[in-house]
Design a protein around this ligand. Structure first.
Ligand code: HAM
Length: 432
């Protein structure tokens, strides 16, 4: 038989223990930040109804589905994102769910897309979502949670210096109101958003042709593209009428962001559209500013009509997704990946099989004290055992030879450099 392919499936990752240490460290910070802000953890299955993701606005995500028919002829998909599952769960609870709720999750998501730096076909995505809060206070709170995570993992966001990440923020109502004035609304608006999200990836001339395909003529396309160049609240105030609801929402958001101490990180930037058609209000991207990875590391937005689009009642919802891959890219490049030891405390070394039961009882005794303990059953030469225990970062080695057992003791050696210390401890005191 020919050998199996040793590589993981294209675009997916294996997590060896050293990779898991980083993942657990990162997820630990994500959980701690979310919990500190009163968000509760939830999850759904990685398998979902494919219909949840099939949106007629032409979202790229719909074309990237890992979908298939199961043996019962159901059209299923691995989830490319969690937001539609959240909407489904909220809808399933209906009025039994006392709103507002604040929930978070760290789902693994799958998208069949071109792999490139910071993007794979599988990723984990920290999500925090607030359900039932119509005020942009929820957006400010969510952005402050992202900022706290960035700080905790070692990125510099202090006032007065150039921050290493910024929040590029817009509101689809700015464009929505503007387009409504041109007679573009509803489904056509969502199609326009998906289209102009491609700006930068294709030329403006190509974009104008794309806009033509969704019914926007060249003259109106030029006005839309000009609006996307607007930066900052002052410029925006001169570009759109004072009654534009998006402008008012962005003003309010900036004030609230100040109360979270993050206003210096926010850049009002009308070029931010986001590729998901369900967003209805604030949209934002967290952008890396340091090193060479100058791309979005997280994205979020308000989607007050997703439940309605899925056939239920409209519920105000807002949240973000923050991937595990882009942040790791940024930290790696800045040399800020943490040193994470294995966390093994003690190794017990029974020199022969007769000593195994003693070793097991000693290990159990130490584990009951909360220590992480491995028993080395290898019966290898002593120096190899010591070396391996040192390499694994253990602090102590418990040695059980025939002589020790005959004397009713265990030899305990301290490891980890420094002066070698050895003592003999009675077996009875170690639960053996
Ligand atoms: P998204 O912008 O598609 O939004 O993804 C959010 C984040 O997930 C990205 O900024 C990136 O960190 C990570 N991500 C997405 N795709 C990949 C990939 N192929 N490889 C690595 N990382 C990736 C959403 O998914 C929305 N559902 C977020 C949301 C939650 N909006 C409201 N609530």
């Amino acid at each position: 038989m020919s050998q199996i392919d040793l590589e993981p499936v294209k675009g997916t990752r294996d997590f060896y223990p050293e990779d898991m240490r980083f993942r657990s460290w990162l997820f630990g910070h994500m959980r701690a930040v979310a919990r500190s802000m009163g968000y509760e953890e939830y999850d759904a299955c990685v398998l979902e109804h494919a219909d949840l993701y099939i949106r007629k606005a032409g979202d790229e995500i719909t074309r990237q589905l890992y979908d298939f028919k199961d043996k019962g002829d159901r059209h299923l998909s691995l989830r490319p994102e969690l937001t539609p599952s959240l909407a489904r769960m909220v809808m399933a609870k209906g009025s039994a769910l006392a709103l507002p709720v604040r929930w978070f999750a760290i789902p693994q998501c799958f998208r069949y897309e071109e792999t490139q730096r910071g993007r794979k076909r599988e990723h984990f995505q920290w999500n925090m979502d607030a359900v039932g809060i119509a005020s942009v206070a929820a957006e400010a709170e969510l952005m402050s949670a992202q900022a706290e995570l960035c700080r905790r993992v070692g990125l510099k966001l202090e006032k007065g210096a150039e921050p290493e990440v910024i929040w590029r923020v817009s509101n689809r109502q700015v464009l929505g109101h503007f387009l409504a004035g041109m007679g573009i609304e509803g489904d056509q608006f969502a199609q326009v958003c998906v289209c102009i999200d491609k700006r930068g990836k294709i030329t403006d001339a190509e974009l104008t042709i794309e806009l033509g395909k969704v019914g926007v003529d060249a003259e109106r396309a030029a006005r839309i593209l000009a609006l996307l160049d607007v930066r900052g609240l002052d410029q925006l105030a001169t570009a759109v009428p004072a009654d534009n609801p998006g402008l008012a929402a962005l003003r309010e958001l900036m004030e609230l962001a100040a109360s979270f101490g993050i206003d210096h990180l926010i850049r009002i930037d009308l070029s931010v559209i986001r590729g998901l058609s369900y967003y209805t209000g604030t949209v934002w991207e967290v952008f890396a500013q340091a090193g060479t990875f100058r791309r979005a590391i997280a994205g979020g937005g308000r989607y007050d009509r997703l439940c309605e689009q899925l056939g239920g009642a409209a519920v105000p919802m807002v949240g973000f997704g923050f991937g595990d891959i882009p942040i790791a890219e940024v930290l790696a490049e800045l040399g800020r990946l943490p040193q994470l030891p294995r966390g093994l405390d003690d190794v017990v070394f029974p020199m022969g099989p007769k000593a195994f039961p003693y070793a097991n009882r000693i290990a159990a005794h130490l584990r009951a004290q909360g220590r992480s303990v491995a028993v080395d059953y290898s019966q290898r030469r002593f120096k190899h055992v010591v070396q391996r225990a040192e390499d694994d970062g253990a602090q102590r080695l418990f040695i059980l030879g025939g002589d020790e057992i005959a004397k009713g003791v265990c030899k305990v050696r301290t490891l980890g450099g420094g002066e070698r210390q050895e003592s003999e401890v009675p077996l009875a005191g170690l639960g053996a």
